[in-house]
Design a protein around this ligand. Structure first.
Ligand code: ADP
Ligand code: MG
Length: 252
């Protein structure tokens, strides 16, 4: 494969399997998964409960090890990294957004967003500081930089979490049910924002969700059923996506 082709892939799974436990109690959560995530895209992962969505995300993020196969983040094979190297990779190259926001209550908006640099043991450069202010302004948080999380709405808190995930300009951002705690209007705002940010800043986002409306904001939707990739479809409306989910649930 040419260098250009490799650069356009942000993450890659090859023959990835994951088995929990052993012997009679073994559960095969993923089986022989091949998946390329294009750089600058928003990819949604959907599937029935227990189909392996979280496991796939954890294996991609190096939070859990694959039992078989390889996972590449950029051109780094993370299946052969030790724990220290994985921790550094997660801190510098990956961003996370969770349903529960996970903001530090005692820190301001600015403190929360710059926490990744703090954890990395370094001060912001002028360029990074300018980027954070640009990002906060872009996310409509410019006037709220000194507020604490409890002084913000749910949608605003999730935008702070998105800003924090983007702060280090990671190669890949994982969003696990990011709108699970938001009303429909805030959900739409957050999802539109995630999609626009992938375009404006060529960020790559993997969105794990059971919500067809959320997944309809993605450029591509991957369906998992029983630990294998069942369908791979381009951007679709919520009705099309929920029909596919219903079909997979009937079969499983
Ligand atoms: P999803 O996120 O799609 O609901 P998961 O990835 O959480 O699915 O789970 C996939 C399968 O693996 C399920 O059968 C689940 O019970 C099993 N599983 C997940 N985590 C563990 C674990 N830590 N130990 C044992 N089995 C697990
Ligand atoms: Mg899950």
């Amino acid at each position: 494969m040419s260098d250009t082709a490799i650069r356009t892939i942000a993450a890659r799974a090859r023959g990835v399997g994951k088995t929990y436990g052993a012997g009679d109690s073994a559960t095969v959560a993923l089986h022989d998964v091949d998946l390329d995530i294009r750089a600058g895209s928003l990819t949604a992962i959907m599937g029935p409960s227990g189909s392996g969505k979280s496991t796939l995300m954890h294996v991609f993020a190096g939070l859990d090890s694959a039992s078989t196969g390889t996972v590449l983040i950029g051109d780094v094979d993370i299946t052969h990294l030790d724990d220290d190297a994985l921790t550094l990779l997660r801190r510098r190259s990956l961003g996370f957004v969770f349903q529960a926001f996970n903001l530090v209550p005692t820190l301001s908006v600015f403190g929360n967003v710059t926490l990744p640099f703090e954890l990395d043991g370094r001060k912001l450069t002028d360029t990074e500081s300018a980027w954070i202010h640009e990002l906060l302004a872009r996310l409509g948080l410019g006037a709220l930089e000194q507020r604490r999380p409890h002084e913000l709405s749910g949608g605003q808190q999730q935008r702070v979490a998105i800003a924090r995930a983007l702060a280090m300009r990671p190669q890949l951002i994982f969003a696990d049910e990011p709108t699970g705690n938001l009303d429909s209007r805030s959900s739409r705002e957050v999802l539109t924002l995630l999609r626009d940010l992938t375009r404006e800043y060529q960020q790559t986002v993997i969105l794990v969700t059971h919500d067809p409306v959320a997944a309809s904001h993605a450029d591509r939707v991957i369906f998992i059923a029983d630990g294998t990739l069942a369908r791979d479809v381009p951007a679709s409306d919520p009705k099309t996506l929920s029909d596919i989910i219903l079909d997979l649930e009937v079969r499983s």
